[in-house]
Design a binder for this molecule. Structure first.
Ligand code: AMP
Length: 563
């Protein structure tokens, strides 16, 4: 069985495709969404998911989140007495998910399809594959997240020429992609986004308004009070997706806080954020050379797309209502399951092939004449533009800038800036040319070929001599592990201790109680009592008793959190 995995920045999901269609698996806490957070507990056990997320509050130095942003880099995080690369942290999340899959399927899983953002670079994609390897599975295929969302909505069944926009607003990132059906193939035509715009920013807007109305400076609140206020506001934000008006209230230290806000005011306050979302949206449409009326469906994904103002903005822009009948935080995961089913050659999906885009512009360095006719070097000359559908191959001719030049140096860059110094250098080719020829007869053809695996082939052919040069750029840029390092890390990860599955609920409950201890000063003594009692019950190893106490303990924590 091949599983489908959405390895997300905030949450991850796993599932499969069977007779009933795509199906997601629950984690030991009964949730389909596992927080992409890794922590280490006091006994050196690795925690993944909700327990790790709670530890982020109670033991900030021993938990890490958001590491998807660092994929493809060598940035390391300390947990306990070890340093972890982003691939390793992702591998630990994958292992927890695979355990859920094994539990649901009754057999170990060996192969997976994993979704990645459309803008992920070659290095980030390779790092994702390495994470799979470190988790002990073969990554059969990486699928672009917007394509996965389209598959979840069955858009691959639409007629040729249909065009879709996938609009993904998560906790901290915003991505928009334009897809097109072509000869039964879903193609990502363009994608753009903002890596620092998401649901959290909408929460910030609420917080600023609330503090302003109450005449409070953020620095007049303690960290714990501020955390409490933000939790109330987070609940309010979610309720505002259902109701026109909500009330926030409770005790913040000495103060009794009471605040009301309605949907209209929230939308007005959030207008600058909505404006910011238009920029990537318009860029993706421009890159795809499409007008809003040429779009056949719009898909909303990501938890924050539940806010009604998002659907309203999208409807106004495109003149049609977006699709959003699937849970927006499950769509990509379900789509990965559909792709996994397809990979396993399930008949219904046989026809679909997916293509990708080149996420960055690739080009070379040229010199240009300025106003005075002087040559200035350092300009970036694109050969393959960002968002070109891959595989793609383009050739252009270049000439030496000086007479009697013996060699032509062809530098290869990736990036979106007009000056090469602001882009990333991938490599260079030194080409011998005949210095006796006049410059204008001394052309060199430069061909860039970018394939589905993210490999860039650079070829130079000297027109006069037919001499051919070649450069293969596979793993640039980004710092990736080599096969030997992968073997070493695999061995090291195998030594990490993980709590058995049947203990996970207890562990998560204790982690939650510790978080609440951190947050609720007034309830500390009570919490300590509950924790001590629950630990004692666990010691008895009496499953029935533990289950009973767990239920009670959970209810008590719910009550405390809602108070
Ligand atoms: P999550 O799926 O929990 O990672 O959430 C991603 C973002 O979506 C967070 O910023 C949440 O606040 C936001 N979000 C989730 N559910 C809702 C909702 N019902 N209304 C508004 N925002 C939401």
């Amino acid at each position: 069985m091949i599983v489908g995995i959405d390895l997300g920045t905030t949450h991850s999901l796993i599932g499969c495709y069977d007779e009933g269609g795509p199906r997601l698996f629950a984690n030991p806490l009964g949730s389909l969404l596992t927080p992409s957070v890794v922590a280490m507990d006091d006994d050196g056990h690795v925690l993944v998911g909700q327990a790790a997320r709670d530890r982020l509050v109670s033991h900030p130095g021993q938990a890490v989140a958001n590491f998807k942003r660092w994929m493809g880099s060598a940035r390391e995080t300390r947990l306990g007495d070890r340093l972890f690369r982003p691939e390793e942290l992702s591998a630990l999340v994958l292992r927890a998910l695979l355990d859920d899959a094994q539990n649901a399927l009754g057999e170990p899983v060996r192969e997976a399809v994993i979704s990645v953002p459309a803008y992920f670079s070659d290095a980030q994609r390779k790092a994702t594959r390495t994470a799979g390897e470190l988790a002990g599975i073969r990554v059969e295929r990486l699928i672009n997240e917007p394509t996965a969302a389209a598959l979840a909505y069955g858009l691959q069944e639409r007629p040729d020429g249909s065009r879709f926009v996938v609009f993904d607003l998560g906790g901290g990132t915003f991505d928009v992609s334009v897809l097109e059906m072509f000869e039964g193939v879903v193609e990502v035509h363009a994608s753009a986004g903002d890596n620092f715009l998401g649901g959290e920013d909408f929460l910030d807007v609420l917080e600023t308004a609330c503090l302003g109305d109450l005449g409070l400076g953020a620095d007049t609140l303690s960290a714990a009070q501020r955390g409490q206020l933000r939790r109330w506001l987070e609940t309010a934000k979610r309720e505002l997706s259902q109701r026109t008006e909500v009330q926030v209230g409770g005790q913040l230290g000495e103060r009794t806080v009471e605040w009301r806000i309605d949907q209209d005011r929230f939308a007005r306050l959030a207008e600058p954020l909505l404006q910011r979302m238009r920029t990537p949206l318009e860029r993706a449409m421009r890159d795809a050379r499409l007008q809003p009326e040429q779009i056949d469906e719009i898909v909303l994904v990501g938890g924050a797309s539940r806010m009604p103002m998002i659907a309203r903005m999208v409807s106004r822009m495109f003149g049609r209502l977006p699709l959003r009948h699937l849970h927006p935080d499950e769509a990509v995961g379900l789509g990965a399951c559909v792709a996994a089913g397809m990979k396993a050659r399930d008949q219904h999906l046989d026809e679909v092939i997916l293509t990708d885009v080149c996420p960055y512009t690739l080009g070379t360095e040229v010199a240009r004449r300025d106003g005075e006719g002087q040559l200035q070097s350092g300009f970036f000359h694109p050969i393959i533009h960002r968002n070109s559908v891959v595989p793609t191959s383009r050739e252009e001719a270049f000439w030496p800038t000086h007479p009697q030049q013996k060699t032509l140096r062809l530098n290869v860059y990736q990036g979106e800036n007009p000056m090469v110094t602001n882009n990333i250098k991938l490599g260079e080719l030194q080409v011998d040319i005949d210095p006796s020829l006049p410059s204008d007869q001394n052309a060199v053809n430069l061909r860039f070929t970018y394939d589905v695996n993210g490999v860039l082939q650079v070829e130079a052919t000297v027109q006069a001599t037919g001499k051919h040069y070649e450069l293969l750029l596979e793993r640039n840029p980004g710092q990736l592990l080599d096969p030997e390092q992968v073997r070493q890390r695999l061995a090291a990860l195998a030594e990490l201790k993980v709590h058995p599955r049947d203990k996970q609920e207890n562990i998560a409950l204790l982690a939650r109680a510790e978080r609440l201890y951190e947050e609720h000063l007034q309830a500390r003594e009570q919490l300590q009592g509950w924790i001590a009692r629950f630990r004692a019950v666990i010691e008895t190893q009496d499953d029935m008793l533990i289950r009973e106490h767990r239920r009670e303990f959970g209810h008590a924590l719910d009550a405390l959190e809602q108070a």
